[in-house]
Design a protein around this ligand. Sequence first.
Ligand SMILES: *Cc1c(COP(=O)(O)O)cnc(C)c1O
Length: 430
Amino acid sequence: MSDAPAFGFDTLQIHAGARPDPATGARNTPIYQTTAYVFRDAEHAAALFNLQEVGYIYSRLTNPTVAVLQERVATLEGGVGAVCCSSGHAAQIMALFPLMAPGRNVVVSTRLYGGSITQFSQTIKRFGWSAKFVDFDDTAAIEAAIDDDTRAVFCESVANPGGVVTDLDAVAAVADKAGLPLIVDNTSATPYLCRPIEHGATLVVHSMTKYLTGNGSVTGGVVVDSGEFDWSASDKFPSLSEPEPAYHGLKFHETFGPLAFTFHGIAIGLRDLGMTLNPQAAHYTLMGIETLSLRMDKHTQNAEKVAAWLETNPHVDGVTYAGLPSSPYHERAKRICPKGSGGLFTVALKGGYDACVKFVDSLELFSHVANLGDTRSLVIHSASTTHRQLTPEQQDAAGASANVVRISIGIEDADDLIADLEQALAKAHA
Ligand SMILES: *Cc1c(COP(=O)(O)O)cnc(C)c1O
C-alpha cells in the first residue's frame, strides 16, 4: 500500500501497511503476541543477524503488528520508514541517539511539552548531551545558537500547550544551511493537520499516546524518517556514515541509503536501548488511526467554537489558539496546518493561580488529567502539574504561566463543553 501514493489520506489511514493475514486471511491486523520467530534454518538465522535479509528475529527489534503501524505512520507522514517505541519520550531519545555523542548539543525551541523541557534541560545531560533553548520565532537566534557541536534542531509543529505554530519552512532553512537534521514533534497536529516533511523536516516524532491512538488507552511513540538527509555529507554523523563494529563494520548509510536511519533505529536503537512498543499497544493505535481524520476535524470544529466562546467571557484574560483570528499565529497556521489548528489551547483566567485551581476543580464534564488528545475533553493546570519542575521564567516561555489552564478539546457536543466551562468559570470567580 505504501507504494500507492495516489490514495487519499482517509484511505491510507485505514489501509497503509496492512494486508489480509497471509496465514489465516484475517482482515484486521492480528496481534502477533509472540516474542520470537522460528528460523527456517541456521543459514536463514545468520542472514537475519547480519542484516543481509530482512525478517523477524525477536520482538524487542521487530514484530509484525508493530511493523504495520510503522508503515502506516510513515505513509501518513510522507516518510520512507518509521520506528515505533514505547512512548513519545522514548521516541525523542531514539531520534537523537544516532546523531548525538558526549559533548554534542541539540538546539531546541523554548515552546515544548513540559516533559520534553525536563528531558532536554536535565536528563540528557547524563548522556553528556546538552540542549540550547531558543525562541524559534527568532531564526537569527537559532542560527546563532548552532555551533560545531550541534547535531540537530528540534521543535514542535503546533507547540504544546500554547497554541503556537512554528514556521517550519523558516526553521528547516536554518537547519539545512548548517547541514543539520530538523526533528519535528508533530504530536499536537498529527499528519492530518500538518505534514512537517513537506516543510523540510528530516525526522518527525510523535507521542502516539495522544491523537494517533486518540482515546487515552496506551502509551506509544514513533520516529518517522523523511529519507532525505545525506548522513555522509559531513563527518558529523559517524553512527550512520562510518563502519559499525557491532555489525562487522557495516556502514548504515552506504548499505541502506534512505532507510539508514530507520534500520539503525531498529538494529541498534531498539536492540540496545530496548524502548520497544508492544503489539497490544500497536493494535490499539492502529484502531485509533483508522478514524484520525474524522476525529481531528471534530476536535478542530469543537475547539474553534469553544475558544471563540471563551474569548468573550468576562472571567477570561486571553485564549491562545491559532484557530482564532485574534491569534498572532493565525496566518502562519493557514500555511503550516491548513486543515485547522487542532484541539489544544490555553486559556488565561482573571484571578490567577487560585482561580485556575478552583476552575479546574469545578469542571464536571472535563477531566483534570495529565494527558491530551483524548476523545474526552481534558484540562490541566500546567503550572501546578506538568510544568511544576520549571522555573517561572521557563513556565512563561513555555506558555504555562500560573494563570493559564491547558484545554484539550474532545469530540463531545461543543454546547455541552461550553455549558460546563460556563458553570466552572462562575464558581471560580464567585
Ligand atoms: C505527551 C507528549 C510527549 C511525550 O509523550 P509520552 O507518550 O507521554 O512519552 C512529547 N511531546 C508532546 C508534544 C506530547 O504531548
